[in-house]
Ligand binder design. Structure first.
Ligand code: SF4
Length: 404
């Protein structure tokens, strides 16, 4: 896609800044070439599914020189939720327990069927009780109303944890509703994916990270300091507007040129270094940090939240005897032929998968990265190289005359 088209149609009131940032990025790469003595080729990891959405939807890659690649990371909670946990939820639904889920987890496929159902959507079609909600509070109101045994499927990263903690600490759930905590913590996954890439360095190497802005509103930018220190690369916490992403890339290149490897906050309108201390305290009171399974990745130390004993009366795992996944089972967690394990670790692109837009598409997802709006395969399938086609942009009069 033509870079002028992207800037004129996407950035609107920020278009002058976008042109300046694009030129700045080119200049930084030229200066790095002078410094390093050879043309720089590098990757920047955009860890979070929402950043990947912004980048792909708005065609940001087409604004960048070819020697600077953006590679997606494991920042999609639905993609990394083990099949085992969804199978347990399907079992509950088919046993007559109402299962509340977010919309994107509703169609998440398991590796093996449970009584004929590969997803909660299929369980519902078979008569199971599954309800799509937008928050745990919807589940509370509904479960209070009907009074039947119910479970809320608590999928998400650190961003959702304060809400769950608030509900647990305040004993806001009715006795018939339980929470199945599937909350995962992002810094361990970033550590793991960068560690894997360091063991077998890709060509070109990952030399910077765009860190998730929404997670960092809770954790603070301090959560990423060990990443910058351990791997010696810049980490920039960024917002989710196209201009935020461009700014983050510019800041990463500036750090590389200055020989720095630090955490910087681009998303200053929402993120501080320390984060939300009240939310952090509430989370620590309600949850303990445990080793947890990530689909396609394996068990990561201290990467999940489990409900503390004091609040176990609300814990679905205890109420219904739902076992955690066995360590030896994680390699069987991805359906045959699906490359999600490589996609979430930034080792492969969706287009490297032979099933992409063939057996696996947004309307009939086969692998876990094709389900959620934050899944890399789903994003690439929907938007390709950019959401707005040249033809449509011209028709809408979004293109300025040539000349700059
Ligand atoms: S296209 Fe589908 S099958 Fe292939 S890696 Fe993505 S989610 Fe998995």
């Amino acid at each position: 896609m033509d870079s002028r088209l992207v800037i004129e149609s996407v950035f609107r009131e920020n278009r002058e800044l976008a042109y300046q940032l694009r030129d700045y990025i080119v200049r930084m790469l030229e200066k790095l070439q002078e410094r390093w003595g050879s043309p720089p080729r590098l990757k920047v990891m955009d860890f979070c599914g929402t950043h990947e959405w912004t980048i792909t939807h708005y065609g940001i890659r087409s604004l960048l020189p070819k020697n600077l690649e953006l590679v997606a990371g494991p920042g999609c909670p639905v993609c990394v939720t083990p099949s085992h946990e969804i199978e347990a939820a399907i079992r509950l639904a088919l046993d007559g327990i109402t299962v509340y889920t977010y919309g994107d987890s509703y169609r998440l496929r398991t590796v093996k069927p449970v009584r004929g159902a590969f997803s909660l959507a299929e369980a519902r079609a078979l008569g199971g009780s599954v309800k799509v909600v937008t928050s745990i509070y919807d589940a509370i109101f509904d479960a209070e109303r009907h009074g039947k045994p119910s479970v809320f499927l608590g999928i998400g990263f650190e961003t959702v944890a304060p809400g769950y903690a608030h509900v647990l600490l305040g004993h806001l759930m009715p006795k018939n509703l339980h929470l199945l905590s599937l909350v995962r913590l992002t810094p361990p996954a970033m550590f793991y994916s960068l560690g894997m890439l360091r063991e077998k360095p890709p060509e070109p190497p990952v030399m910077g990270v765009i860190a998730p802005g929404h997670v960092s509103t809770i954790t603070g930018a301090k959560a990423w300091v060990p990443v910058a220190e351990t791997f010696g690369i810049p980490v920039v916490v960024a917002g989710f507007e196209p201009i935020d992403v461009m700014m983050a890339i510019a800041l990463i290149l500036r750090q590389l040129l200055q020989g720095r490897a630090e955490v910087e906050i681009e998303y200053k309108r929402a993120v501080t270094f320390d984060g939300d201390l009240r939310a952090q305290a509430a989370i620590s009171r309600a949850f303990q940090v445990v080793d947890a399974a990530w689909r396609g990745i394996g068990f990561l130390p201290r990467s999940g939240y489990e409900i503390r004993e004091e609040y176990s009366e609300h814990d679905a795992r205890k109420a219904y005897g739902i076992p955690s996944m066995k360590v030896e089972d994680w390699r069987k967690d991805i359906p045959p032929g699906c490359k999600c394990a490589e996609v979430v670790l930034g080792k492969a692109k969706p287009t490297d998968c032979p099933l992409f837009l063939k057996r696996c598409s947004p309307s009939t997802p086969y692998g876990p990265c094709m389900v959620s709006i934050e899944g890399t395969c789903a994003i690439w399938a929907r938007f390709g190289e950019g959401g707005l086609t040249e033809e449509m942009a011209k028709e809408l009069g979004l293109l300025r005359p040539e000349g700059r």
